[in-house]
Unconditional design. Sequence first.
Length: 255
Amino acid sequence: MNEEIKHLLKTALTEQRETFGDELFEQIDVPDLTVNVSNTVYRAVNNIEQKTSAIVSETTDLFNSDLTGYKTLDELYENIHDCQKCSLGATRNKFVFGVGNPNADLMLIGEAPGADEDKQGIPFVGRAGKLLTDILKAINFEREEVYIANILKCRPPNNRDPLPSEREVCKPYLFRQIELIKPKIILCLGKVASNVMLNNNDSLTKMRSEDHELNGIKLMVTYHPAALLRNPHWKKGTWEDVQKVRKLYDELNGS
Ligand code: SF4
């Protein structure tokens, strides 16, 4: 199969999974009817990933790591920015720690740095980053008011999804950031980040429709801005999600 077709196929499957989860849906020419087609290979890959994740997750506990000795974000950064705990350390250009207000009440979490982030060492730059900044502006937040970070601090090659082993070994860094920042709301961007934060494998659609809480912090889910660039029709759902975020933020802050 030629590389371009492989890439298109992979993108289409990824988008299907972001929206619907592990089921593969195919639209056929009958109005209002969607047929669920079982895809054995795709499902098998997901099963392997889930099992690997379950095994690895036994070794890490949420908010219970050996990083509690680092009392500020700067101290944490100084001690982890040379990390080589997974193979991504060897291929990164820049470690992407996180950016924003260290006392933010709203924290945004994506899955991993892309090419632009890897070059600059800052999360959510480039086209997806600009869109995120615009989304924040639309609900009256400046980028500097919030804190933005990813599950992984280093870029996976060719922007592939983070492997379960990479997610598990890197997420204690993010959890320590959360402990230090103490946000009131976490907004997860995309399925991967949401699955990692909620420790499940639910579809984005399901997670967007539910209320979540993580160690007393309200957690909400919406689309990843990069997915919105590929699928502008998801902007409406994103707009609804972020309006809820703004409403909750105002309620929690008594305004
Ligand atoms: S992705 Fe995370 S665990 Fe892997 S090398 Fe980078 S900082 Fe370390």
